[in-house]
Design a protein around this ligand. Sequence first.
Ligand SMILES: CC(C)(COP(=O)(O)OP(=O)(O)OC[C@H]1O[C@@H](n2cnc3c(N)ncnc32)[C@H](O)[C@@H]1OP(=O)(O)O)[C@@H](O)C(=O)NCCC(=O)NCCS
Length: 211
Amino acid sequence: MSGLSWRIAEGADLAAISGLQKRSIEELQKPYLTPAQIESSKKTMGLDTQLIEDRTYFMIEADGAEGRAFAGCGGWGRRATLFGGSHSAGRSDAFLDPEKEPARIRAMYANPDFARRGVGKLLLALGELAASEEGFSHMTLGATLAGMPLYEAAGFKEVSRVDDAAGDGFNVPVITMEKPIDRDHAVRVIGDATGEPQARIIERLAAARSR
Ligand SMILES: CC(C)(COP(=O)(O)OP(=O)(O)OC[C@H]1O[C@@H](n2cnc3c(N)ncnc32)[C@H](O)[C@@H]1OP(=O)(O)O)[C@@H](O)C(=O)NCCC(=O)NCCS
């Protein structure tokens, strides 16, 4: 879909992000998980404020019934944490080595009112391009079952999975997936979705890094 726009998330967006993530977790996982599993999945999903501090988290807007609306959020990581919120176990803020380690795709959420309109695809491409700009050649992520169709469509391949990611017996899997970065493809996807010229996209990503 075209007509989407993006910007870097700010601290003032925290409440909106948290509200959207909750709705997304509860609605868009319904075809894949039982209600008890959805509750359990919250332990390994949600808001990671480090991404907002690092300025690697994106907000997507689209035309809604009442003007521009918050259609989704997601980002990428230059730190070792693979998935989860600030509250999740197993986090590491260690910086990755772009020459040896894959960048992380992190915390991808579509507003249920805007599902299947290209929000996830745009978020992935923004993370892919931003990681490429910092020298990464590969990306990895910890996928939910609801996320897998998006990632498979984008060329990610499963490398391993944990069957009970929260370790609480509800058996909510997290699937580790990887893909080489394709910078030109990412630029095209962002351009198609937003109408932005390549130079402007790259300039805005660089501005996020330098602040
Ligand atoms: C995963 C998620 C972010 C996808 O967002 P989205 O904006 O709906 O995805 P897109 O519209 O960009 O989808 C792009 C392509 O991915 C594939 N895809 C995405 N969601 C799909 C689904 N539910 N079923 C089948 N294919 C799907 C399709 O090929 C789609 O292209 P198409 O619509 O032209 O067929 C969204 O479902 C979500 O927020 N889920 C709940 C939270 C979650 O689990 N996040 C992932 C954490 S790892």
